[in-house]
Ligand binder design. Structure first.
Ligand code: AAL
Length: 346
């Protein structure tokens, strides 16, 4: 008996039937579903506060034209957006509550849009991190910044950071690239911020992309994305980008949860390791734990207080928005996903 190259290679693949593997069920929810002329997308994590579930998300109205020459026209669904929130008693039936974070005044760093929020409940307080664009935001939002808002109560009022806490960088490069991008700018984009209190510090993870694509045009951060981390001693910053950035070689919207002493991640859509679940014992150096398929895009995970019970408890259920290819109609809307029960450990 001899072993073929493919067999030898397969012996090193992570097993797909282990405790890190799962499949997903999808269903519509009430209150955040399809609505003509209204965009609801990029839901935050879902948190449970005094018996009620809370979620924050991007909301905008009206049509957009990504080909418009006028940079002040609405160019994409998350342009001229605000961050809204909704509550639910059961995670299926949602009630929209209103604006949590509105766009800023004239000349502010967030005059044009605030979108793609993520929530952290820590030490009795609440923090939202999100993307912002100033008035001239262009190139499909590639040049957004990340801001932070804090509140004593889950329903606000929210106090915004005076300045963004993270901006795109024009120094640094992809390291050890699997394609020859070495003359390119790393973190030309910082999107999809996700904040954790981890190892007594604040870890801000985000999607990053090159500044230019292979044709030397602005990279719209839709392809060839990876993730970065920036770490701070205090929640307000300063956030210092990790020397290891990029910490993934794949993945689009940042989808992460804490498991025991490490960080778990679901990487989707982009790169050679798309559709994998990964784990980093130190929050930085990720290893592939399983390969999955049909994963939820832009997922906001339920922050399960029992996440340490098993690797995928922190991914048990959440909200997400279907990408263009998979949805009915033109307008973005939010759905729910659940890990199929047979993959749950308890
Ligand atoms: C999303 C996220 C970011 C992008 C856009 C809105 O799914 O990756 O938020 O900027 O698309």
């Amino acid at each position: 008996m001899k072993k073929s190259t493919a067999t030898l290679r397969a012996e090193n693949y992570p097993h797909d039937n282990g405790e890190w593997f799962c499949e997903f069920n999808y269903r519509n929810v009430k209150g955040l579903g399809k609505e003509e002329g209204v965009v609801r997308r990029d839901p935050s994590a879902v948190i449970l506060v005094d018996g009620l579930y809370y979620v924050w998300y991007t909301k905008s109205e009206g049509d957009f034209n990504s080909k418009s020459e006028n940079i002040y026209d609405k160019q994409f669904p998350w342009d001229y957006a605000d961050i809204w929130y909704a509550t639910s008693k059961d995670g299926y039936d949602w009630e929209e509550q209103g604006v949590a974070i509105g766009r800023g005044g004239q000349g502010s760093y967030d005059e044009r849009t605030v979108c793609t929020p993520e929530i952290l409940a820590h030490d009795g307080k609440f923090y939202l991190v999100y993307q912002c664009m100033d008035k001239d935001g262009k190139y499909r939002g590639t040049y957004e910044t990340v801001a932070l808002a804090a509140a004593e109560h889950v329903c606000g009022p929210w106090t915004k950071s005076k300045e963004p806490i993270l901006t795109r960088r024009e120094d640094g490069h992809w390291l050890d690239d699997y394609e020859t991008y070495n003359d390119q700018v790393f973190e030309g984009t910082v999107h999809d911020p996700t904040l954790f209190f981890y190892n007594d510090k604040f870890y801000l993870y985000y999607k990053c992309a090159l500044q230019k694509d292979k044709q030397n045009k602005p990279d719209f951060a839709g392809t060839n994305t990876r993730w970065g981390a920036a770490i701070a001693d205090k929640v307000e910053g300063p956030y210092i980008p990790s020397e290891y950035n990029p910490i993934t070689n794949s993945g689009h919207e940042v989808i992460m949860w804490q498991y025991k002493d490490g960080m778990a991640a679901l990487l989707n859509r982009e790169g050679p390791e798309r559709d994998t679940i990964q784990y980093a014992k130190d929050g930085i150096n990720f290893e592939i734990m399983s390969r999955i398929s049909h994963s939820p895009g832009a997922a906001g995970l339920f922050r399960n207080p029992e996440a340490d019970k098993a690797p995928l408890e922190g991914l048990r259920w959440g909200l997400w928005h279907p990408p263009y290819e998979e949805r009915e109609g033109r307008w973005d809307y939010i759905r729910r996903f659940d890990i199929r029960p047979k993959y749950l450990q308890n």
